[in-house]
Design a protein around this ligand. Structure first.
Ligand SMILES: O=P(O)(O)OC[C@H]1O[C@](O)(COP(=O)(O)O)[C@@H](O)[C@@H]1O
Length: 336
């Protein structure tokens, strides 16, 4: 897999490893790229058009819906519905899942869960934002109406997952369960090209990412862990560095490439934290594990959690394996 090759060539080469591959997943991934390119173009001109700012409506999360949230949600819905491989989509921006009509009599076997524009409250200040996606095989019989059960599957059943980061460059990072690869959008040819093959996260990092403004709401184990990160100990390069953008995809992407831990504890914003298990937790947990890292709710592997509701939240700790383990030990010691 040589750097610079297009994602299309990459998918075709990878498909060769799976003689029974039908190309359906490849077509689905291509439809995600199409929507991402349109959104990337819109974000790059965001200040010029009438596309920044809020719509005046709150979404089911109780958050002010940004115009670009809706734009991105519609773009992914259109592209995924048109590709014919997806029987339904659940989005952080929609109260309930939507079922797609069959295309040319094709029997779609996948469902997609998506956070169309994560960190969108940062758009009008020019900070990186992202899209998160999660793909499963449906559990209901093919050809029958899609059901809620198709979306409430544990994260370990994901067939593929990934994110797009709209930052200094636009990147697609995804996994189909055979490692993690990153592709940068080359605007001159309108194509995602391989730029980060076989990404792996360092087992130990020196960055911690958390909104310390919520410190007094954190569980005792988290407070202990932050003390550990800030303590002076040259034997293992402490104190660590604090970095928090407030845009999950951007914070995660940095920590995956450099090594680090991202924390969004329980008790902040809501009893179970702020971040959504299905749209934010599961796709990033799938990616980080494929890159050699870990993701937990403090006590359990995120990918083993059984979802009960479409918009349920979870405490979220993700990153370098040794750092997530250390935090887990302190949570058990101080909060169980
Ligand atoms: O402002 P807080 O409470 O630190 O929360 C920041 C977190 O919320 C988010 O903005 C939530 O994302 P959404 O934009 O998808 O609601 C994350 O990207 C980010 O990590």
């Amino acid at each position: 897999m040589q750097t610079g090759m297009s994602v299309y060539d990459f998918i075709i080469e990878k498909q060769a490893d799976f003689p029974h591959a039908t190309g359906d997943l490849s077509a689905l991934l291509t439809s995600i790229q199409h929507a991402a390119k349109v959104i990337s173009w819109q974000i790059n001109q965001a200040g010029l058009g009438n596309i920044i700012g809020a719509t005046g409506i709150d979404n089911i999360q109780g958050e002010a819906q940004q115009k670009l949230d809706l734009f991105a949600n519609d773009k992914f819905k259109q592209s995924l519905a048109a590709c014919g491989e997806v029987c339904g989509m659940a989005s952080e921006e929609d109260d309930d899942y939507v079922a797609f009509e069959p295309v040319n009599g094709k029997t779609a076997k996948y469902v997609v869960l998506i956070d169309p524009l994560d960190g969108s409250s940062n758009i009008d200040v020019g900070v990186s934002v992202g899209t998160l996606f999660s793909i499963y095989h449906r559990v209901s019989p093919i050809g029958t109406p899609v059901t809620k059960a198709d979306f409430l599957q544990p994260g370990r059943h994901q067939v593929a997952a990934g994110y797009i980061i709209y930052g200094s460059s636009t990147m697609l990072v995804y996994s189909t369960g055979q490692g993690v690869n990153g592709f940068t959008l080359d605007p001159s040819i309108g194509c995602f090209c391989l730029s980060y093959p076989n990404i792996s996260i360092p087992q130990q990092g020196h960055i911690y990412s958390v909104n310390e403004g919520n410190y007094f709401k954190f569980p005792a184990g988290v407070k202990q862990y932050l003390k550990f990160c800030q303590a002076i100990d040259e034997t293992d390069n402490r104190p660590y560095t604090s970095r928090y953008i407030g845009s999950l995809v951007a914070d995660f992407h940095r920590n995956m490439l450099k090594g680090g831990i991202f924390l969004y504890p329980s008790g902040t914003n809501a009893p179970n934290g702020k971040l959504r298990l299905l749209y934010e937790g599961n796709p990033l947990a799938f990616i980080v594990e494929q890159a050699g890292g870990k993701a937990t709710n403090g006590y359990q592997r995120i990918l083993d959690l059984s979802p009960m509701e479409l918009h349920q939240r979870t405490p979220f700790y993700i990153g370098s394996a040794h750092m997530v383990d250390k935090l887990g030990q302190l949570l058990v010691a101080f909060d169980s």
